[in-house]
Design a protein around this ligand. Sequence first.
Ligand SMILES: Cc1cc2nc3c(=O)[nH]c(=O)nc-3n(C[C@H](O)[C@H](O)[C@H](O)COP(=O)(O)OP(=O)(O)OC[C@H]3O[C@@H](n4cnc5c(N)ncnc54)[C@H](O)[C@@H]3O)c2cc1C
Length: 339
Amino acid sequence: MKFQQNVDLQSLNTMAVPSVARYFFIAQTLEDIRLALAFASKEKLSVFVLGGGSNSLLPEKLDGLVIQPLLKGVECIENSAESSWVRAGAGENWHDFVMHCLSAQYYGLENLAYIPGLVGAAPIQNIGAYGVELKDVFHSLEAMDRATGEMQTFNFSDCEFAYRESVFKNRLKDRMIIASVTFRLQRQAACNLSYPALASALEREADGKNPEKVAEAVIKLRQRKLPDPEYIPNAGSFFKNPVITEAKASALKLAHPKAVIFDVDGSHKKVAAGWLIDAAGWKGREAFQVRVHDQQALVLTNPNRVSRHHILTLADAIRKDIEQRFGITLEREPGLFSE
Ligand SMILES: Cc1cc2nc3c(=O)[nH]c(=O)nc-3n(C[C@H](O)[C@H](O)[C@H](O)COP(=O)(O)OP(=O)(O)OC[C@H]3O[C@@H](n4cnc5c(N)ncnc54)[C@H](O)[C@@H]3O)c2cc1C
């Protein structure tokens, strides 16, 4: 059992914020996780779970034990004429898993290509991109109860998925460690082109559309729009797209005809948070040593690798400004590890 002490986590979070963990432990098996939990309980340490660090704003000091579950393995556990059930360990790299499924002809994940992070974190915020959310292909997951060390299976309805939400961010926050996730994927190639920018990127394809081309187009679009965290530290979208009432959306459109608004249901609409931030003049600006990305106002970047305090100060200034100008409240997407 190797518990490292005073570990620098700056290279383990894509925002590159300086952060030091009192104890850090990589778990490769369920037994490793149980032993780590027992150590934390004996030493009275708080426990934090870190995946790929691409949706987290770490504090400068994590006074406790950070467990990184790196359980590996991808296997097809069942087949029917239409579907394959594929299970992946929490420690698998998400994008590599998507590409593996594609090459094995298990379809349905391609719109979610090139999202950073590990498989185990993907259900936490029900990751989504280009017209697909994890919930659309999710079958079940296995997780360990941090209090008892017992394994539990969570089926679709147990997870309470919603837009960038799940039960693991709410009622069961900090209670479970996800060990593996099982997806129900399709054996027949089909393309989801419901997202307009993806559909138009593929319109130019002369020799037909297929899931491989969808993945390729998604990767190209993402590479064009989003900064690569390896060179420009960031955590992807910093705010969720706010959901507002139909009446508020109509008023917004009247005042700002160029506002980007999507349908949600009969009485609600979603506003592009990136449009709001851009319209308020924040795009490309630097404040508190943190930047609003010049290609996509929804992304805050941390070129100076400063602490999360600076990032949260800028985020707060943006949130207040948007509230004042548009009467709409922005909600942060990356999570805070409690201190
Ligand atoms: C450039 C960029 C683009 C992005 N694009 C998108 C996008 O298109 N769509 C989208 O939805 N997200 C996007 N994200 C956000 C991020 O990639 C996803 O949320 C991803 O799933 C986070 O994975 P991670 O392993 O890095 O999680 P981490 O940041 O390590 O953890 C996130 C949360 O999950 C918890 N957690 C992690 N692993 C486990 C586990 N095994 N068991 C229990 N809890 C766990 C952590 O405690 C934390 O609360 C983007 C991020 C970046 C940097």
